[in-house]
Write a protein that binds this ligand. Structure first.
Ligand code: ATP
Ligand code: NCN
Length: 221
C-alpha cells in the first residue's frame, strides 16, 4: 500500500529517458458506502492516466451533504479500507477525517501538495455529476488552475458544457474526460436496498457487505 507522503509504486521510468513526474490521483467522496462504481472509476483512471497511486479520501463533513445524516466517518473509512485492502495502488487517507470540516476539496489538495512536493502532478478524480456541480464548489476556479480535473462518465448524467464554461471559463480545455463502464450504482440506492432487505452482493465487495450487516448499517430510514 502506498504511503501518504507520496512514496508509492515505482513511476515506471524507462532507462535512458528523463524521469517522469510522479502522478498522484486524489479520489474524494462520501463513500457511504464505497461501492463497485467507485472501484471501477479508480481503476480506469489509474490505468488510463498511468497514475502511480491514488489517495482515496473519505470526507468527514462533505460540504454538499451537510443536510444529510451520514454514517460516522470511522465506519466509512473502515469500509473503504476493506474494499481496497488488495489494491496496491490505492491508499485510504484520513486527511479529511482528521481535520475540522467542512471538507473543501481546495484545502485538501493543498494538504496533499505539501505531502507530495511541488514536482508531482495531481489529478483530482470525480464522476460527471461532480463536474456538473463544480461551479458551486468553494474555490472552484483555484481547483481548475491548480490540479488536473478528471471526470468519468456516469449513468444518466448530461453535461451542459456551455453552462460550465460560462461559470468557469477555460474549463473545457483543461478537464480530462474518461470513459468507464457506466454503472447504475450509487451509495444512496445501496442504503435503500439494505433498508428494504434487497441484496447488494454484487454492488459492494464481500467484506463491505459483511461489514454493513454486522454493524447494522443503513437499517433505519
Ligand atoms: N457509479 C458511478 N459511476 C461514476 N462515478 C461515480 C459513481 N458513483 C460515484 N461516483 C463518483 O464518485 C465520487 C464520490 O461519490 P459519492 O461517495 O458521493 O458516491 P455516490 O454513489 O455518488 O453517493 P450518493 O448516492 O449518496 O450521492 C463522486 O465524484 C461521484 O460522482
Ligand atoms: O470543495 C467543495 O466545495 C466541495 C463541494 C462538493 C463536494 N466536494 C468534494 O467532492 C467529493 C465528492 O463529493 P460527494 O458529495 O459527491 O461525495 C468529496 O471529496 C467532497 O468533499 C467538495
Amino acid at each position: 500500500m502506498p504511503q501518504e507522503d507520496g512514496a508509492c509504486q515505482p513511476a515506471g521510468e524507462e532507462a535512458g529517458t528523463l524521469p517522469r513526474r510522479k502522478r498522484i490521483g486524489i479520489f474524494g467522496g462520501t463513500f457511504d458506502p464505497i461501492h463497485i462504481g467507485h472501484l471501477i472509476l479508480a481503476e480506469e483512471a489509474w490505468y488510463q492516466l498511468k497514475l502511480d497511486c491514488i489517495f482515496l479520501v473519505p470526507a468527514g463533513d462533505p460540504p454538499h451533504k451537510r443536510n444529510r445524516r451520514l454514517t460516522p466517518v470511522a465506519h466509512r473509512i473502515h469500509m473503504a479500507e476493506l474494499a481496497t485492502a488488495d489494491i496496491d495502488y490505492i491508499c485510504v487517507s484520513r486527511l479529511d477525517a482528521d481535520r475540522p470540516g467542512p471538507h473543501y476539496t481546495s484545502d485538501m489538495v493543498r494538504l496533499v501538495r505539501q505531502r507530495v512536493g511541488p514536482d508531482a502532478e495531481i489529478y483530482f478524480l470525480m464522476g460527471l455529476d461532480s463536474l456538473r456541480d463544480l461551479p458551486t464548489w468553494h474555490e472552484a476556479a483555484w481547483l481548475v488552475e491548480n490540479c488536473k480535473l478528471v471526470a468519468l462518465n456516469r449513468h444518466d448524467v448530461e453535461l451542459d458544457w456551455d453552462q460550465l464554461e460560462a461559470a468557469l471559463p477555460g474549463i473545457r480545455e483543461k478537464v480530462i474526460i474518461l470513459d468507464m463502464p457506466e454503472l447504475e450504482i450509487a451509495s444512496h440506492t445501496i442504503q435503500e436496498r439494505v433498508r428494504r432487505g434487497q441484496p447488494i452482493r454484487h454492488q459492494v465487495p464481500k467484506a463491505v457487505e459483511e461489514y454493513i450487516y454486522s454493524h447494522n448499517l443503513y437499517r433505519e430510514p
